[in-house]
Design a protein around this ligand. Sequence first.
Ligand code: ADP
Ligand code: MG
Length: 349
Amino acid sequence: MFHLFRSWLCPDLGIDLGTANTLVAVQGEGVVLDEPSVVALEKGSRQVLGRGAAVGKLARQMLGRTPESIIAVRPMKDGVITDFELCEAMLRYFLRKAGRGRFGLKPRVVIAVPGSITPVEKRAVFNSAERAGAGRVYLIEESKAAGIGAGLPISEPLASMVCDIGGGTTDVAVFSLGEIVAAQSIRVAGDELDEAVCDYLRQRFSLRIGLQMAEQVKIEIGSAAPLETELAAEVRGLDTVSGIPRKAMVTSEEIREALATPLSAIIQCCKTVIERCDPELVSDLADTGLMLTGGGALIRGMDELFREQLGIPVQIDDDPLTSVARGTAVCLEHLEQWRDSLEGDDAAT
Ligand code: ADP
Ligand code: MG
């Protein structure tokens, strides 16, 4: 009874602390905040610019194009917190922005973290969240949250599989009876695809472009399988021979070639996880197939490529950028029953 009253006063929050984007879901309301995981700083001072005004969307615009005196950084890299202080500042800003707490109550928070993080890194997440204003903190494996968010029947006695392609990491997992039975995380994901586009243009076009431009090209015309109508886009960069700015037209075929190597690493990761499963589970997967989530799932033709390479049915979640956050929101609805199965902060009682 008390928890109903308390959740009315101060709804629980679910957080997808991604390397590229942080999303916050509020109990009963769904996703209320979706911003880039970026913080802008005054150089040298470690002072977050303009008291939080430069966190998220604003700070992202500064990435790669900041004046000398300002730096824009991502406090999360490869799925783990690389800068604790900044992560805490970012979380505090996002928690306040999404905040529904009243009368000084602190919200209970479920945070999705990569399955591969170490106990020390987990402690850092607990500490950052608590110092940023969270009450009791629970952790859930990101891939589990992605599976739940995408509507996979992960608690059934039947194998289901998810491949979440984020900014820094790709997380692949197979579930049965609510547990992860096989999983792997690799540091090949969206960022690596952007770098592959950069490298390709430098080698083939003698054109040096920034990572932001590369990401834009990837989103605009990137594909994993041949398109019915191939696309083209204009890129601007620096000619590496003459040293002056230049434009060039690139086609979706060329970008597909650029993306091929990192994409095949992601497929190899899926294969490795399937190989680790018992034969019964593998035969389930032939029916249930693979669910693609995370921003990387939005590249055109991903389902086609994965289906062809893995030989199992492949689906893309309807809104892959929010799968994990929606999964944490489902978790909030069941927090009273599920909290024993989530990893809580034992030091904080
Ligand atoms: P994270 O969980 O690490 O924060 P996300 O799941 O939010 O990552 O995905 C971010 C990645 O998805 C970025 O690398 C971004 O470039 C990529 N992305 C977003 N939209 C698209 C799109 N339409 N096509 C291809 N890639 C996309
Ligand atoms: Mg993610």
